[in-house]
Design a protein around this ligand. Structure first.
Ligand code: CTP
Ligand code: ZN
Length: 152
């Protein structure tokens, strides 16, 4: 960390991923859902930071972590405003906004307790009916939901 009398600036990372513009109330869900509460590499977490665009935002810097599609899909569901920034050798090599997929596989649980995916503990499939607010429909029981439960 670099510091002067008025500022404490979180240091840059050498290699890894920065997740910026996370809704302030979703920072710790992001950390948990991406399993970052359980790694040995350095993780920097900021929440309730000032943001011109979003009021308050959160940021997570995960050293030596590069996320797979399934993890990025989870992130797009809990933090659709997030920006995913790839850092290699201190340089930004990729910066992308979240994209909600048209179909969501495996990562979400159906809220219908009688759905076959809950009874038989099967993989789930949902189609995205609406992106804002995110509304999805279960492929098996056809239940539509906006209260989305991510499998951890
Ligand atoms: N970052 C980092 N380590 C690096 C490079 C960048 O932690 N080696 C972080 C920066 O702190 C910033 C984010 O990655 O939070 C994006 O970096 P950059 O594009 O350089 O910053 P800005 O131009 O401020 O980005 P934006 O305008 O999108 O906020
Ligand atoms: Zn269902």
């Amino acid at each position: 960390m670099t510091t002067n009398n008025k500022e404490l600036i979180v240091k840059k990372i050498e290699n890894g991923t920065v997740i910026d513009h996370i809704p302030a109330d979703k920072v710790f869900s992001v950390v948990r859902i991406l399993g970052l509460d359980n790694v040995c590499d350095e993780i920097l977490i900021g929440t309730n930071l000032e943001s011109k665009k979003y009021g308050k935002k959160g940021i997570v810097k995960a050293t030596n972590k590069f996320f797979a599609k399934e993890e990025i899909d989870k992130l797009s569901i809990i933090a659709p405003t997030a920006t995913l920034i790839t850092i290699k050798n201190y340089e930004v090599t990729d910066k992308r906004k979240m994209e909600i997929p048209n179909e969501i596989q495996k990562i979400v649980r159906c809220i219908n307790p009688n759905c076959i995916t809950n009874v038989e503990e099967m993989d789930t499939t949902f189609s995205v009916v609406e992106k804002h607010p995110l509304t999805i429909q279960c492929h098996y029981c056809e239940k539509t939901m906006t209260d989305i439960k991510i499998k951890e």
